[in-house]
Design a protein around this ligand. Structure first.
Ligand code: PYC
Length: 419
């Protein structure tokens, strides 16, 4: 049988696929200047987005973003890229919903394909207690204009036919919080898109530049010491995860944060069969299928504090068992890779954002397991906070002072899984 000649001959594949000739650099390298108007520590989605919005929304372009490794090397490149805004508190729902709105328009704002994919997000309830929390969340969500409702096993089965919704399952599914706007995105593309756009707007991106100290005088920030030289600056934003306490300590600011690893894993690619993002708090597992066909699985944070980013066999075993309780048909799929990121946990599972007792030292930290989905809104809000030297309304509930004033914003009940 004659086969149709492919448009991509071996020769053209070699010409276009290997060597990447003629591709422009997405962002430039610069010498480290001795001073900047703003220095942002952490070159992940939060730091890059803050730099981008400082330049674009406020005309503040004399900004440096410092990362001790490569851009996106921390939590931004180590998450499961799930987007949602079905939180428990009104403050949380409003905040994450703004992020969803920014994410939806990000590809056109940044002129970069970030592969946002609206999938629908299901949080399963396996007992009456969870079902009650789902109903509560649905009501809070609706009051804030966010699309969420509780659905029963019949509707769940239609959305995700591979789920075992039978009454005989070991953890029977009683219902789910269904959040149609939820979805996934390509996390690296979000980093690269913000980095390219920040660079195009005059921001200096400095990779392999580790912060070794923060200078203060008379209660205000005056500069940053780095492995590539010292910088004088009146404004420093700590956008790190894992090292947020270390950096804040350098400025003399204590944070109520502990750090735990969060592991995830990905399978070999298979044909698309899973449209929705599925989460089970009881079984401590969440799963989605990427555009390439891989299944991405996550779980709860490791049950100890650590800065280790190594995967463990114990995690893979537990994960596989739990996934199979939900979707027995996956028993023959192979895990390809696993990884871990660092989660900075706060006592109320909400972030710490805004000014600190040290003038000019700002924090955007303590994201726990919610950091990636908040990247755009955090960047927008922290840029506003620095430009106007006061927190905008959307983050006013998340200040560091809430821990001494007893105004906690309890978001543990909205965690994808138990932590
Ligand atoms: O809160 O949706 C979530 C989540 C997924 C992975 C980590 N956190």
């Amino acid at each position: 049988m004659m086969t149709k000649p492919s448009r991509y001959s071996a020769f053209s594949l070699l010409r276009h696929g290997i060597g990447h000739s003629g591709w422009p650099r997405a962002w430039r390298s610069h010498p480290l200047k001795p001073s900047y108007d703003v220095v942002i520590i952490g070159g992940g989605v939060h730091g890059l987005a803050a730099a981008y919005y400082l330049a674009v929304n406020h005309g503040i372009r004399d900004v440096a973003v410092l990362d001790k490794s490569y851009l996106g090397s921390g939590g931004s490149g180590r998450n499961t890229a799930i987007l949602r805004s079905n939180y428990l508190t009104p403050e949380g729902v409003r905040f994450y919903d703004r992020s969803m709105r920014l994410y939806r328009h990000l590809a056109s704002d940044l002129n970069f394909n970030v592969m946002f994919s609206r999938r629908g997000h299901l949080t399963l309830a396996h007992n009456d207690g969870s079902l009650r929390t789902m109903r509560w969340r649905a009501e809070v969500n609706k009051l804030q204009g966010v699309d969420s409702e509780v659905i029963g096993p019949g509707e769940i089965k239609k959305l995700v036919p591979h789920l075992d919704t039978s009454a005989g399952a070991r953890y029977p599914i009683l219902g789910a919080l269904y959040h149609p706007p939820g979805g996934i995105i390509r996390h690296d593309a979000v980093v690269w898109g913000y980095a390219r756009a920040a660079d195009a707007n005059g921001v200096h991106l400095h990779q392999d530049t580790e912060v070794t100290g923060i200078e203060t005088r008379d209660g205000r920030v005056t500069g940053v010491r780095t492995t590539r030289g010292d910088i004088s600056t009146p404004a420093v934003l700590n956008c790190t995860a894992g090292w947020s306490t270390l950096i804040s300590d350098m400025a003399g600011v204590d944070l109520p944060v502990t750090t735990s690893p969060l592991q995830a894993a990905v399978t070999e690619p298979v044909r698309p069969f899973l449209d929705a993002v599925v989460v089970s708090g009881t079984l401590h597992v969440y799963v989605s299928q990427t555009d390439r066909g891989e299944l991405v699985f996550g779980a709860s944070v490791d049950p100890f504090t650590s800065y280790s980013m190594r995967g463990s066999l114990e995690f893979a075993e537990g994960l596989a068992g739990h996934v199979l309780e939900l979707m027995p048909a996956l028993s023959r799929m192979r895990l390809l890779r696993q990884w871990a990121g660092l989660c900075d946990m706060t006592p109320d599972f909400s972030p710490i954002m805004g000014p600190t007792p040290v003038d000019g030292f700002y924090v955007d930290v303590g994201w726990g397991t919610y950091g990636f989905k908040a990247g755009p809104v955090s960047g927008e809000a922290m840029a506003d906070c620095i430009a106007h030297q006061r927190p905008p309304e959307i983050i006013s509930a998340f200040g560091l002072d809430r821990f001494t004033e007893g105004r906690l914003v309890g978001e543990k009940g909205a965690a994808a899984v138990g932590h």
